[in-house]
Design a protein around this ligand. Structure first.
Ligand code: ADP
Ligand code: MG
Length: 389
């Protein structure tokens, strides 16, 4: 669906719901992360790109503090809340994400009152493609413009992260929101999650005759939630034991020595430290390769990243491992899981001419293994959040 068709649809549905047309329509994308996983809560580096899939929201201000929220993707009527009386973790289901953004903006002292919101999304939910960040960022951008707050994309991303962490209660890093807010067409976003400094790195796959496939395994293993908190705690323990503010401060050249100094820590802490420090290094490697125009050479770095997530961080699963082995056996240049793991999605770098055959090989491997058929589509590096009308 083109953006203008999506905007028409959402504006029309808005009018049907609320009795008048919206003041504006905005879009914010989902993302995949090229490299740098579980690094963003270690002050490290990440490299996401925005997908063409977006959450589109039609929004109007209100003169009172009533918040009316509706999603075309949820079989539930309008959720009505009071912007002036929002309480963190009050469990309003999906509506907690946009309500949390209103809460975070108001907590930060911004003069945001009521709003009517209706949205629809093409970002698959729960597939590790950050439909939650798309929902938060589109809400934040709309309110920023309607209420004239003048906040930058990075400032909106930080407030959206606060909404997810403190209002919804999900302990995520800032990568997803920064990607949805700040990515640009034809680029990957090199982001330093310590100071949020960023650089748009040209990632023009089509010009190179390449494709980056997203393989959504359509599974989500229950293990994920507790595992994330445990990895995070382990990384913090590692940083404490090494006397650094965050694992980002351990230079890759000193990784061996650092692991030696962690002899008294658990095996898990050592593994987590090895993953984070080496994945930060892999981000630097990928940057250097992309700057040199050597996109094909990124492939092996992706495979190394996957092995590290599988063997050291242990956040992969049979379905994600199968994407990598089947794609590589079919001649892909590289592949790895992306996002938090335990299901969700993987990415595969392929020659454009091999894309269909690779997708077929992965689908067949899933059928042979008795897994659900995966959903496969190309990740076209797309623009971040923007106004449609
Ligand atoms: P991911 O961000 O990887 O897609 P999450 O579990 O973080 O997965 O976020 C998914 C949740 O975000 C959904 O369960 C729902 O509550 C909310 N959400 C995302 N997109 C929409 C949408 N279009 N409409 C309503 N809720 C949505
Ligand atoms: Mg999410």
């Amino acid at each position: 669906m083109s953006e203008s068709v999506a905007a028409d649809r959402v504006a029309r549905e808005f009018r049907q719901l609320y009795g008048a047309g919206p003041e504006g329509v905005w879009a914010a994308p989902g993302r995949v992360n090229l490299i740098g996983e579980y690094t963003d809560f270690n002050d490290g580096f990440v490299m996401p790109l925005a997908l063409p899939h977006t959450t589109v929201a039609a929004v109007s201000r209100r003169s009172d503090t009533v918040l009316r929220l509706h999603s075309a993707d949820v079989p539930q009527g309008v959720v009505q809340l009071d912007a002036a009386g929002l309480a963190p973790r009050s469990d309003s289901g999906w509506a907690a994400y946009p309500a949390g953004v209103v809460w975070a903006l108001r907590e930060a002292g911004h003069p945001v009152g009521g709003a009517d919101i209706h949205l629809a999304s093409t970002v698959p939910t729960g597939a590790g493609l950050s439909s939650s960040a798309a929902l938060e960022v589109v809400t934040a951008l709309a309110l920023n413009e309607l209420y004239g707050l003048g906040l930058s994309g990075a400032e909106l991303a930080v407030l959206a992260q606060r909404a997810e962490n403190d209002f919804v209660g999900v302990p995520c890093g800032v990568m997803d929101q920064m990607a949805s807010a700040c990515c640009t067409h034809g680029h990957a976003l090199y982001l330093d999650t310590r100071d949020l400094s960023q650089r748009q790195v040209p990632f023009d796959l089509a010009a190179q005759g390449l494709q980056l496939l997203v393989v959504d395994t359509r599974v989500k293993h229950a293990l994920g939630d507790g595992a994330y908190a445990e990895r995070r705690a382990g990384c913090e323990a590692g940083a404490r034991a090494l006397g650094v503010g965050a694992l980002r401060d351990v230079p890759y050249e000193e990784l061996g020595a650092a692991l030696g100094r962690l002899a008294g820590e658990s095996e898990n802490v050592r593994r987590y430290v090895r993953h984070v420090v080496s994945d930060d290094h892999r981000v630097e490697q990928v940057i250097a390769l992309l700057d040199a125009g050597d996109v094909r050479a990124v492939g092996p770095v992706l495979v190394e990243g996957h092995a590290s997530l599988r063997d050291d961080l242990r956040v992969s699963c049979p379905e994600l491992d199968l994407v990598v082995t089947a794609a590589m056996a079919a001649g892909a240049l590289g592949a790895r899981m992306t996002g938090g793991g335990f299901g969700g999605s993987a990415i595969v770098l392929v020659e454009e001419s091999d894309a269909d055959a690779t997708a077929k090989a992965v689908t067949e491997a899933f059928a042979t293994a008795g897994h659900m058929s995966p959903r496969i589509f190309p990740a076209i590096p797309s623009r971040g959040a923007h106004r449609l009308r």
